[in-house]
Design a protein around this ligand. Structure first.
Ligand code: NAG
Ligand code: NAG
Ligand code: NAG
Ligand code: NAG
Ligand code: NAG
Ligand code: NAG
Ligand code: NAG
Ligand code: NAG
Ligand code: NAG
Ligand code: NAG
Ligand code: NAG
Ligand code: NAG
Length: 566
């Protein structure tokens, strides 16, 4: 080797460049990297809609920081709590194989991090790539404590769609002018729902249809002819949202960090908890175009039509040009919603197969109900509740995963019913009598590696409504869905067992049902709940205790030393 070359190779920055080139060309077995983050939970004054108020944040940011990782990386997040509330963080959609200790739902997998204390979430990102998100999983603190998780494919692995010129996060949220915990406590003492939010937001900003939004509008500058990847997250608490961009189509390429068969649409729909990646080509005359989101609501409850806007702005177009508004589906457009969800199909290629369980070991049927239980201190002597198979879940005082791991008795029972105690015409005329539920911390015990089919059936108890259901610890396949009562004789014949969408959160249609399948190969205690915060609070939740397999490699890992005590 000539001396000049030797000098270059001894130069560390050259080596780094060489490593990067090798990494990108995929010739080099690259060690998994460790990505370290520090989350300082702190209260900060934030101002929106002409109101300033102290809110709980991560590192003073609203929304919080984005976690970037590659498939295969280890992520270490040291969370220190300086807020007056107890805190826990959930990494929504990360499977946390054998590692429920890092999942985060308070009192399910961990006791919360108390004020002045730290806890380190330490997890591997295995077999997943795409957009997910993180959020507080205690009280209603996720109203301001949330952010995106971007998982890039392994080095040298391109996306299975055209490489975008640039990518950006689009995170929907909700903003209340009042203090959210105060509003929730007031509502609970009345036994009624808390008020709907005062605005929807995109990346924390409500946009120009709301007052005092000059500084609070998100804008994405684009160059004509280029393609952009939008990583869209619905972090709203209680609203399913339609989203569209004036004049532009979107090509949907991924949902909940799973690639899908691309399709083109003028609008997309996300339930709270869901994520969607779309490609957008800047192929329209240079101008300013609104990106807008507003709720989808087809139940007989009041419609919240507040529209958040952001701006897609072509380079060189002055800020004074009035943006063009998109043509979003009507808030009650059930047909659009059903049709959109029907278009979602797993990519199902050799590299990204859809391993749908075909032989089912255990069939579950859960009814979703709203109800009214006695509440002597409430105004009308009753409070609104929600239930699965008529069980309103009661939060324990000790974390369930600890109780399970350490064989503590008396914390939970494992008699959650596999089907509703009393069958009825689930989606017939609204039922307003017999609205009581039974209450308890009841879990469903599942043998390791069994295959589960779960039908989630909405009911007419009090009212029908659509419910975005989220399962922790797993992705599942959405094999079928329909309106009315699930028919066990006819509906299974229509299941898609070839390329159904694989996700972690799925909407159960208003007055309808959804069928999901998964293999219970992740031992631990895994929460399943409606991702409408108001329904979670009312008890629309349960958990699976998935037993250990018969080897240490199929068993729950030992808890970390700094696991918070209760
Ligand atoms: C936050 O804003 C409120 C209302 O404007 C004000 O009273 C308070 O002093 C502010 N707190 C901090 C820490 O800036
Ligand atoms: C986490 O952060 C806190 C606060 O800075 C610090 O005291 C603690 O040592 C950190 N923990 C680890 C494991 O680094
Ligand atoms: C993450 O992966 C590393 C390397 O394979 C392993 O040593 C570690 O135990 C894993 N951590 C968890 C929480 O699974
Ligand atoms: C109490 O009942 C009345 C009459 O049914 C109803 O209008 C009101 O909204 C109820 N209040 C609450 C807090 O549920
Ligand atoms: C959007 O897609 C529709 C249907 O595929 C098509 O008719 C229309 O031309 C497309 N618009 C743009 C701007 O690409
Ligand atoms: C929302 O509904 C209200 C009342 O029905 C109406 O006045 C308002 O124009 C609607 N706003 C939007 C953005 O559709
Ligand atoms: C949707 O709402 C519009 C306006 O309120 C109403 O005219 C229409 O009948 C509704 N459509 C359905 C299917 O309920
Ligand atoms: C809990 O019980 C199981 C089965 O009896 C046993 O294998 C395990 O070691 C116990 N765990 C602890 C932490 O005592
Ligand atoms: C359930 O109720 C619906 C609507 O009232 C009715 O059309 C249907 O026949 C009922 N089904 C049964 C099995 O009674
Ligand atoms: C639910 O349980 C309560 C309390 O046991 C009972 O009164 C009610 O009839 C049950 N409702 C249904 C739909 O099973
Ligand atoms: C789970 O069961 C499937 C099908 O029987 C089998 O292929 C797989 O190896 C099992 N997984 C584990 C971890 O035992
Ligand atoms: C925080 O959690 C601890 C332990 O569960 C509990 O004793 C305390 O009351 C909680 N603090 C608040 C502010 O809720």
């Amino acid at each position: 080797m000539n001396p000049k070359m030797q000098r270059i190779i001894r130069n560390p920055s050259f080596l780094l460049l060489l490593l990067c080139l090798l990494e990108f060309s995929g010739h080099f077995p690259v060690e998994a990297a460790i990505k370290k983050y520090t989350f300082d939970i702190q209260v900060k004054n934030i101002s929106r809609l002409c109101h300033a108020k102290p809110v709980v944040t991560v590192n003073g940011m609203f929304p919080g920081p984005t976690i970037y990782a590659r498939e295969g990386d280890r992520v270490i997040v040291n969370v220190t709590n300086h807020a007056q509330y107890n805190m826990s963080i959930h990494w929504h959609g990360l499977k946390q194989y054998r590692n429920g200790w890092a999942d985060g739902p308070a009192y399910i997998t961990q006791c919360p991090i108390q004020t002045g204390h730290s806890y380190v979430y330490d997890f591997n990102v295995t077999g997943q790539r795409g957009t997910l998100w993180w959020h507080a999983h205690i009280l209603w603190l996720r109203a301001t404590v949330y952010g995106a998780i971007v998982i890039m494919p392994k080095p040298g692995q391109p996306f299975p769609f055209p490489q975008p010129h640039l990518e950006t996060n689009i995170i929907f949220g909700e903003w209340w002018n009042g203090d959210i915990e105060t509003l929730v406590n007031q509502a609970n003492s009345l036994g009624s729902p808390p008020p709907t939010s005062d605005a929807h937001t995109i990346n924390g900003k409500p946009g120009p249809l709301f007052p005092c939004s000059e500084k609070h509008t998100f804008a994405l500058e684009v160059e004509a002819g280029k393609t952009y990847l939008l990583r869209i997250v619905n972090a709203a608490l209680n609203d399913e949202l339609f989203f569209g961009i004036a004049g532009h189509n979107m090509t949907v390429v991924e949902i909940d960090a799973v690639y899908i068969k691309p399709f083109t649409t003028k609008a997309i729909l996300l339930g709270p908890g869901q994520t969607t990646n779309v490609l957008v080509k800047a192929n329209r005359p240079p101008n300013r175009y609104f990106m807008a989101a507003r709720p989808f609501m087809d139940a007989p409850v009041s419609i919240d039509n507040k529209t958040v806007t952001a701006i897609l702005q072509y380079k060189g177009v002055p800020n004074t040009v009035l943006p063009i508004f998109p043509n979003l589906p009507a808030p009650n457009d059930t047909a659009f919603a059903l049709n959109y969800n029907n278009k979602l199909r797993s990519l199902n290629t050799v590299n990204f197969p859809a391993n749908v369980p075909l032989r089912i070991d255990r069939r579950l049927f859960y009814t979703i109900g709203l109800g009214m239980n006695p509440c002597p201190s409430c105004v009308n002597g009753t409070k609104l509740v929600a239930s699965l198979n008529n069980v309103t879940f009661v939060m324990p005082k000790t974390a369930l995963l600890q109780a399970h791991y350490f064989n503590m008795s008396g914390v939970f029972r494992t008699d959650f019913p596999d089907r509703p105690p009393k069958p009825f015409n689930f989606t017939g005329a609204p039922l307003t009598a017999n609205l009581g539920t039974s209450i308890g911390t009841r879990l469903s015990r599942v043998e390791f590696n069994t295959t589960i089919e779960l039908i989630l059936q909405d009911t007419n108890l009090l009212t029908v409504e659509s419910h975005p259901f989220h399962l922790h610890g797993y992705n599942f396949f959405v094999v079928g869905s329909g309106i009315g009562n699930f028919d066990p004789k006819k509906d299974p014949a229509k299941f898609n067992l070839v390329d159904p969408p694989e996700r972690n959160t799925v909407g159960v249609p208003t007055g309808g049902w959804t069928a999901i399948r998964f293999r219970a190969d992740n031992p631990g205690v895994w929460f399943m709940h409606c991702h409408l915060e108001v329904h979670t609070m009312w008890g629309l939740k349960m958990a699976f205790v998935v037993e250990n397999g018969n080897t240490p490699e199929n068993s729950v890992l030992p808890p970390p030393k700094d696991l918070p005590p209760c």
